[in-house]
Every structure is written in C-alpha cells, then in structure tokens.
Ligand binder design. Sequence first.
Ligand code: FAD
Length: 426
Amino acid sequence: MGRAFVYVILGGGVAAGYAALEFVKKGVSHGELCIISDEPVAPYERPALSKGFLLPEAAARLPSFHTCVGANEERLTPKWYKENGIEVVLGTGVKSADVKRKTLLTTTGETISYKFLIVATGARALKLEEFGVSGSDAENVCYLRDIADANRLVNVIQSCPEGNAVVIGGGYIGMECAASLVINKINVTMVFPEEHCMARLFTTKIANYYEEYYKSRGVNFVKGTVLSSFDFDSNGKVTAVNLRDGSTLSVDMVVVGIGIRPNTGLFEGQLTLEKGGIKVNGMLQSSNSSVYAIGDVAAFPVKAFGETRRLEHVDSARKSAKHVVAAIMEPDKTGEFDYIPFFYSRIFTLSWQFYGDNVGEVIYFGDMSGSAFGAYWVSKGHLVGAFLEGGNKEEYEAIAKVTRLRPAIEDLTELERQGLGYAVTV
Ligand code: FAD
C-alpha cells in the first residue's frame, strides 16, 4: 500500500499549519501536498494550550485556535485543507523514514513517498523518569505539550477545586501553567533548581519582578532544589512531593514542565544533527537535499549571531515554515533565512516580548515598580537584544526594529538615559 506526493510535511503542529498556508498562497496544485500527524486534530496554535485553553470561563476550544489565527491570518479548518486539495493524514504516526528511498512508513503500514520532505516534528516534553524520578503515569501528574495533555490538565484542575498544586520547573510552561492554576483558584507552589524563574532568558532583576508579582497572587517559590520522589495513596494518586532539600509538600495535583527534546529519532544516522536538532542551511535544507526541517526540530544558522541555533518558540516555527515553502517552490527568488529570535509570554495581566540575544551588558529602563519596563543587551559595542514588559504595539515594533538594526552603542549611560525612547526614535 502506498501513495506518492510532491511535498510531504511530517508533523501537524504550528510549523505544518503555517507551511500549508504558504503552499496555498504560492499556488500548490491539488493532490501535491500531504501532511502526516500523529495528533488527532488539524494544526493548531500550541501556545493557546497554556493560556486561553486553561481559563475557568470562556476557555478557548478548537476549532477557534487552528493555525494561522495566531498571526492574524486565515484559520485553517479541516474544510480548508479539503478545499485546497491538501491530504491531511491525522492520528497516524510515522514510524520510520528512509531518506535515500524518499519514503516514510506510517503506523498503519502505509508507505508514503515524497519528492520534498519537510520535517516539522517539533519536540516532546521531557519526563521525570529521565531524571530518575518515577510517577509520571499517576492520574494527577500532568505534562503539557499537546491537546490531549491539555484536556487531561483541565480534568485534573476540575477534580480538585481550591486544591494544592506543585509546579515543577520555572521555565515557560511552569510560569504559564502556574498563572493559569491561580486563575482557577488552585494554590500553587513552584519548585525549580535555578536561583530564579526563566533562568535561560531573564536576568535576576527581571525575574524578580515576575516572582514578586506571582507572590502577590499567592504563589510560593521553592528554589534551588529539585523533586526527589512522590508519595502515593493506595489508588496510585500522588499525595506529596518530596524535595531533595528534605522538605515535603502535600499536593492534590502536579504539573511538570522541565524542558523538551526535539523529535529527531526517525532521522538519527541519516541526517546531520546539531544542538539536538536537524542541522539545516540558510535554505532550511538538511544534509540530504530533499529533506528540509523547520520549527522546534530545526537547528538553523542565525545570521545576525553567526552561529547555529535551535529555537523552541512559535514565531520561529511560523517564520521558518513560510521561508521553507519559498525555498522549495521558488528557490531562485529566495535568499537565506534571516531571522532575529523573538520570544513572548502572557501571564495574568502581564505580557512581555524579547528580541535578539541575551548576551553582554544589561541596561535597564522604565519603571520596575510600575507596569512598563525593559532592558537592552549590549555586546561588543552593539545593541543585540531587547526586552519589554507592558509595551504597546508601536513600542514592541520599535524594540524589534532596533534589535534587527544592531546599532553601535558608544555610551551606555546615554542609552540608559534615553531608555525606551532610544528604540522608538532610532
Ligand atoms: P509542534 O507544534 O510541536 O508540532 C509537531 C507535530 O509533529 C505535532 O503535531 C506532533 O504530534 C507531530 N509529530 C511528531 N513526531 C511525529 C511522528 N513520528 N509522526 C507523526 N507526527 C509526528 N512559544 C512562544 O514563543 N510563546 C509562547 O507563549 C508559547 N507557549 C507555549 C505553550 C505550550 C503549552 C507549548 C507546548 C508550547 C508553547 N510555545 C510557545 C512553543 C511553541 O508552541 C512551539 O515552538 C511550536 O509549537 C513549534 O512548532 P513545531 O511545528 O515545530 O512543533
């Protein structure tokens, strides 16, 4: 049993949805494009799962957040794929790939062949077991990567009104889930090994602002330690979290957000890997010229930094998806992917954006006791990164622009004096 397509997208997440839209914009013919996904639903905006999806009232549910609403583009429902002649194979995993023969073998036993393959397999949540702790299967221990996880999390939240939750991990997932749990009137303790939250991105000063805000909303922080084991009741439900510092926290539920691992397994030994992902060039093409990679799974050259990076953020998934379609369909008209990293988060009523790189000296601006403040990063005499909390559209656009321009900064004191005004006027 087998089918052949010109273009196959492996994975049905954010990058797949944005690539599909671009294929249609560029005039793909009916029957040429196939998307294969092990998820049961068409591509959706994954960031919604830790935000609107978890609200106690008027929660976001599909089909409202199918891609590409997150970038104010068309919402691609199953009907849209059908009307545009795109074959979407859902609920079907790919279990092996043969890049020499240009074929994929699905879990249903079908062989799908391609002329061009776009790998958009994203990443999976790291499990506690990978850190030597067992208990991930307990009914009140939750992860959050896909819609099935999100549905489960909602059920667990509803099963323990005003209960106690421990959130393991102080990154994006931990911070956003903690905020959503508080909004659901759950008492939250966050546990993570670092000195402060969002350790890979935030400085101590920025992290402190968010931690203080979280504390004002009732969140407790236990920092500098990790989970060592769970206590269970006779039904296998977790009743307490034991930490390596010797303390114990009673719980009704646990949310684990301890990082992700790119889904590269199908291509190990077949494609060059780097930074945990599939290494691609500026055209997002892997070491096999028929195979491209985009989104969380791709390690691509960030021109502005002169190095290869793998990003785990929705904007790079969207933009790399758009670029790969141009690179494949219009190679002569398409240059190298030139992307400035962009991360954002929305928690409670707060909202921040970050552009560029967080290296070098940090210059803060604005009023940290008020609602709007930010920071610039200056490295080797150039502004390379910018962060802003509580900005408006024009201000966010300004910090995006200034980061892309990488202006030379001679006087740090003057930059500090001008603050956000520097980005707005540059
Ligand atoms: P994914 O969206 O993960 O899609 C990968 C797809 O491939 C999935 O459908 C998966 O099931 C499928 N797949 C994998 N292996 C196979 C296989 N063998 N066979 C078939 N199908 C397969 N980023 C931000 O910048 N801001 C945010 O606020 C933010 N919030 C987030 C909140 C949550 C809860 C999560 C989980 C992520 C969030 N992100 C956020 C990150 C963002 O969602 C990801 O960067 C983005 O989804 C990456 O897109 P992708 O297409 O590469 O991978």
